[in-house]
Design a protein around this ligand. Structure first.
Ligand SMILES: [Zn+2]
Length: 443
């Protein structure tokens, strides 16, 4: 069966970055944008250029550097915003101006203090202006799900006439229910020409952002707006990795394709949490550190007999390093080096020795050294060494933010030995011979 293609519009750098504690500087945004390019998203919303000099610079840098995906910049429905967005975007190979204006009665009355007629005209005029600058124009009626439907359809028809090519329907406050949102999308789909793409932008205030996005797709939306790890305002946006893997695991119910390269999901998630310093919740679907933890837990016996007993997708399929192999104190230097490489780091012998010594001390205290422990050891090592001598990052998988004190018990209870401590009896690693260290993985 022919599968419809869903455009994945990533707004990690705009809506995601707006969330508390997730601010990024220009270099960090550029680095994440490169990873989103590797991940295969179709659109990168790089920022809100008029919001700050930093946002402008980030959008401009991304537009000038990343050529494959469409680069979008956000603008309110007014000329200074639209012109500023265009200034930032104009060097892009495939620029898109994303104009938004609230349409719900509550926003018109209390926030914008304009009438419906004024709203309609402002939406139409701003899309017309954006269209005069850029062929690709997206329009979002903010708070669409709390907007009077008849008025919403009128606004959408007016902006399509003015040149909008994508109509994004935001559930700005995370209020909608899946069947209700699907019905709204279906009604809009029937009213606008087929050449116009309908998009969904769902927030997670009731934990329904992904469910609503999937309902929208089933109802005819062909673009989804989402973020890595579901970061975003308040409870966040729809999670990119969950939407993509839902369609991949259940093509019988959701026969749609995306351009996302699934084994880049975990590295993207790791990079984002590293750059923002905000960890992914352990039980987060797809990218949380426990998402595949049954492999080392009580389901292990079934897993070893047949992974399908407990697995609807493999960790490898989303880029999680093979977690059937558990690092313990009997693990060797070679095994440790291999795991570091799987996590995106390559170390020379001396560096690996240092991390190995810290690893063995830790493995003596806790039974299994998990990936997040290892990542913390690596980060501590790197923050002590300084970037110039620390491990070379492969593909930018994991970033450089030092572990924040208080988030890591390793940091406080597990000092990492320096080279000077090489002969300390506290560090039994020095007795290990490299040749004997290679095949001692526990399962
Ligand atoms: Zn939003």
């Amino acid at each position: 069966m022919e599968r419809a293609r869903i455009t994945v519009f990533d707004t990690t750098l705009r809506d995601g970055e707006q969330s508390p504690g997730c601010s990024l500087n220009v270099q960090e945004k550029l680095r994440l944008a490169h990873q989103l390019d590797r991940l295969g998203v179709d659109v990168i919303e790089a920022g809100f250029p008029i919001a700050s000099e930093g946002d402008f610079a980030a959008v401009q840098a991304i537009a000038g550097t990343i050529r494959r995906p469409i680069i979008a910049g956000l603008a309110r429905a007014c000329s200074p915003d639209i012109e500023r967005a265009w200034q930032a975007l104009k060097s892009a190979a495939r620029p898109r101006i994303h104009v938004f204006l609230a349409t719900s009665e509550i926003h018109l009355q209390y926030k914008l203090k304009i009438s419906r007629q004024q709203c309609l005209e402002q939406a139409r005029d701003s899309v017309r202006l954006a269209k005069s600058l850029c062929a690709d124009v997206e329009f979002s009626p903010e708070d669409a799900t709390r907007t009077d439907h008849e008025f919403l359809y009128r606004v959408l028809e007016a902006v399509v006439e003015a040149g909008a090519t994508t109509l994004n329907i935001p559930d700005t406050v995370g209020y909608s229910m899946p069947e209700e949102f699907g019905e709204l999308i279906r009604n809009i789909r029937q009213r606008v020409p087929d050449s116009v793409t309908i998009s969904a932008h769902c927030h997670n205030d009731l934990g329904l952002a992904v469910a609503n996005s999937l309902a929208a797709i089933a109802a005819g939306a062909r673009q989804v707006e989402c973020t890595m790890n579901g970061i975003g305002e308040r409870a966040g946006n729809a999670s990119l990795e969950e939407i993509v893997m839902a369609m991949r695991v259940r093509p019988d119910r959701y026969p749609y394709e995306t351009g996302v390269i699934a084994d880049q999901l975990f590295p993207s998630s790791q990079l984002l949490s590293d750059l923002t310093g905000s960890a992914v919740q352990a039980n987060k679907a797809i990218t949380g550190r426990n998402a595949f933890a049954h492999e080392a837990g009580i389901h292990q016996d079934g897993m070893l007999k047949n992974p399908l007993t407990y697995e609807i997708m493999t960790p490898q399929s989303v880029g999680v390093p093979d977690s059937t192999l558990v690092l313990g104190k009997h693990s060797g230097r070679h095994a440790l080096g291999l795991r570091c490489e799987q996590l995106g780091f390559q170390f020379d012998r001396r560096e690996l020795d240092e991390i190995y010594r810290a690893f063995v001390v830790l493995a003596d205290k806790i039974k299994h050294v998990e990936e997040h422990h290892l990542l913390e050891l690596i980060q501590i090592h790197r923050s002590q060494e300084g970037r110039s001598t620390a491990g070379r990052i492969l593909q930018g998988h994991v970033g450089t933010t030092p572990v924040v004190a208080g988030q890591s018990y390793i940091h406080t209870s597990m000092p990492v030995p320096h080279a000077a401590e090489h002969n300390s009896p506290l560090h039994p690693a020095i007795d290990h011979h490299a040749d004997q260290e290679d095949y001692l993985w526990g399962v």
